[in-house]
Write a protein that binds this ligand. Structure first.
Ligand code: SAH
Ligand code: MG
Length: 195
């Protein structure tokens, strides 16, 4: 992949205040991808394609990424970016709401990356588990949401998001089929490996 193009895509996304994956989070996800050698990755929340382009470097041969985005303008920009990065053969974008698209998916994935509306994380988790291969990994970004999730903070307009993130954490830590780690890198990530 073209590193100069990738850096330009990253800088433009940051300028446009698009919440792309943070550097330290990307480092952790990259480590996981290097261990897992995924053939198929599912991403929920494409934005302008930055994370998908980064992840595509670690796919196994003939592997691909399915990624879902509901914002039309972001989808358009993601398509341009993916083309510039010369990875259009490896990344397929589903345009629409993940709440509607996920139940229609019939593939099984090795890695699922959840990075979209926080209020839907428990739903995304159910679908991610359904779509996950044996030994697959589910990674959820922004799971600690600026520290709100682990504080007694609950009077904010974001309380629905916080409640749903807490529900996500409770489910992944209690599910006997998953081994889960919560890391305080970036905005917090949950890594759940299917036993
Ligand atoms: N993964 C990207 C950043 C994603 S930001 C990266 O690291 O480069 C989150 C994106 O999820 C936003 O673009 C938002 O439009 C999208 N999104 C939020 N809720 C969604 C939903 N229910 N369905 C589809 N996309 C959603
Ligand atoms: Mg994120």
């Amino acid at each position: 992949m073209n590193k100069v193009e990738l850096e330009k895509i990253k800088q433009k996304a940051l300028e446009d205040k698009i919440p792309i994956i943070m550097d330290d989070t990307l480092e952790v996800v990259t480590k996981i991808l290097k261990q897992e050698h995924p053939i198929k990755i599912l991403e929920i929340g494409t934005a302008v394609g930055y994370s998908a382009i980064c992840f595509s470097e670690y796919l196994s041969q003939n592997g691909w990424i399915d990624t879902i985005e509901r914002d039309k303008d972001r989808v358009a920009e993601a398509r341009i970016n993916i083309k510039k990065a010369e990875v259009e053969e490896k990344i397929n974008i589903y345009e629409g709401d993940a709440v509607e698209i996920l139940p229609t998916l019939t593939e099984k994935y090795d890695v699922v990356f959840i990075d979209a509306s926080k209020g839907k994380y428990p739903f995304f988790l159910k679908e991610a588990i359904r779509c996950l291969n044996k030994n697959g990994v589910i990674i959820a970004d922004n799971i600690l949401y600026k520290g709100y999730v682990m504080s007694d903070y609950n009077k904010h307009k974001q309380r629905t998001a916080v409640r749903n993130l807490r529900e996500y954490i409770a489910e992944v830590t209690q599910n006997p089929d998953l081994d889960t780690q919560i890391l305080e890198v970036g905005d917090g990530i949950a890594i759940s490996k299917k036993k």
